[in-house]
Design a protein around this ligand. Structure first.
Ligand SMILES: Cc1ncc(COP(=O)(O)O)c(C=O)c1O
Length: 385
């Protein structure tokens, strides 16, 4: 069997044609496709504003800046995420406070967050970064209520969940990034994600003030609205009003993202189908402690199982050309975060999860034959030991 990775992108003829068209044009950086992509993406997630940026990490950085993270500001997030979800707080001089996960859904445990807020007598915790791990969309309605109680903001890290949703208390579908409950949401277009643009990111929001701030921060802090300039020396004039960055997305990446976005819904359906095949297969397997489960709004960036003998299974599958992955090494146990004072046993549920988790191959082009090979190989491994 040819190598089966845990995730894989697909570039079509249409994608290539869309990129080539931009490469032949005069504008490679901020051309018209950036705005087309932003508008189409805002439409897709159902929010008012979208800001395209160079990747998901820069999206997080700009969100943290726009929300005022600075020295003395503490922000809560989960350790079961990619390091970028936490690092953005440190970029701005703030402090990360990790809370443990809920072992049922692998997302931040709201009760643990509440405990931290109640202990925060100096009111230094100003916000939460909620990660829709694996594609499972957080109950943002409950977190919004908690955030409002304690005067906090919410960034939804939606890198794993474009097209995903949760059902709120009225049973309405609340789409990831729609801005109904979170102040800002961020996405990544790294090739392993649902939409591949090489590198790329998007911030979505319904808040006009934050939107305008983000536009300026993305381009060196240069005021994008001519009417808001303090001075005007002529047509050549530009004015830097805050300390910003160059976090722009190129026009050809935007064209690629836009082309990919057109197929996003179809591809999401394929991910869901693959997940339901795994779910059915694992239903009666005693060696499975837990898995990603099936909820209709899950976007299935990852399909995670929890098993014993994870390392041996990982090596066994690799020898069969099945390249699974582990998501994630708890961020608080990274040597850098340990140097800031975090220690083993600080977050027991996250650490237990890490000792048993394995992400199985899931991507729209995974064939049934390949998936059967993966499932049968896992079975064989547990029949042998
Ligand atoms: C949950 C999460 N947040 C943030 C990021 C950062 O995105 P990027 O790689 O586009 O910088 C990633 C990507 O790996 C991610 O998975």
């Amino acid at each position: 069997m040819e190598r089966i990775p845990y995730g894989k992108h697909l570039i079509t003829k249409e994608d290539i044609a869309a990129v080539v068209e931009v490469l032949k044009s005069d504008l490679l950086t901020q051309g018209p496709h950036v705005k087309y992509f932003e508008d189409a993406f805002a439409d897709y997630v159902g929010c008012k504003y979208a800001v395209a940026v160079s990747n998901g990490t820069t999206a997080l950085h700009l969100c943290a800046l726009a929300l005022g993270v600075d020295n003395g500001v503490k922000v809560i997030t989960t350790p079961i995420t990619f390091v970028a979800s936490a690092n953005c707080v440190l970029y701005c001089g703030g402090e990360v406070v990790f809370a443990d996960i809920n072992p049922e859904n692998y997302l931040l445990n709201i009760e643990k967050v509440r405990e931290l807020l109640l202990k925060d007598l100096k009111k230094e915790i100003k916000g939460f970064i909620l990660v829709n791990f694996a594609g499972n969309v957080t109950d943002l309605e409950s977190f919004r209520a908690l955030a409002d109680e304690f005067g906090c903001w919410i960034i939804e890290d939606a890198c794993h969940s474009p097209g995903g949703y949760f059902l709120n208390s009225r049973q309405d579908k609340v789409f990831s990034g729609s801005g109904m409950y979170a102040d800002l949401a961020i996405f990544s277009f790294h090739p392993v994600k649902h939409i591949a643009a090489g590198e790329g990111g998007m911030i979505t929001t319904n808040d006009e003030t934050l939107y305008l701030k983000l536009l300026n921060l993305r381009t060196h802090g240069i005021q994008q609205d001519r009417s808001k300039r303090v001075e005007n020396h002529g047509e050549w004039y530009y004015e830097m009003q805050s300390l910003g960055y160059n976090y722009r997305l190129t026009d050809f990446q935007a064209a690629l993202g836009l082309s990919q976005l057109k197929r996003a819904e179809k591809r999401l359906e394929k991910r869901k189908k693959i997940a339901s095949i795994y779910n059915n297969f694992f239903l009666d397997k005693d060696y499975i402690r837990s898995h990603s489960g099936f909820s209709e709004g899950h976007a299935y960036h990852l399909y995670v199982i929890e098993i014993d003998n994870r390392k041996d299974l990982y090596d066994y599958l690799r020898n069969l050309n099945i390249y699974c992955q582990v998501h994630y090494i708890p961020v608080h146990l990274m040597p850098f975060y340990k140097s800031l004072g975090w220690e083993k046993n600080d977050l027991p549920q996250s650490e237990l999860y890490y000792s048993r988790c394995l992400s199985l191959p899931i991507y729209p082009e995974l064939t049934y034959e390949q998936q059967k090979y993966v499932m049968n190989s896992i079975n064989q491994f547990y029949n042998k030991i």
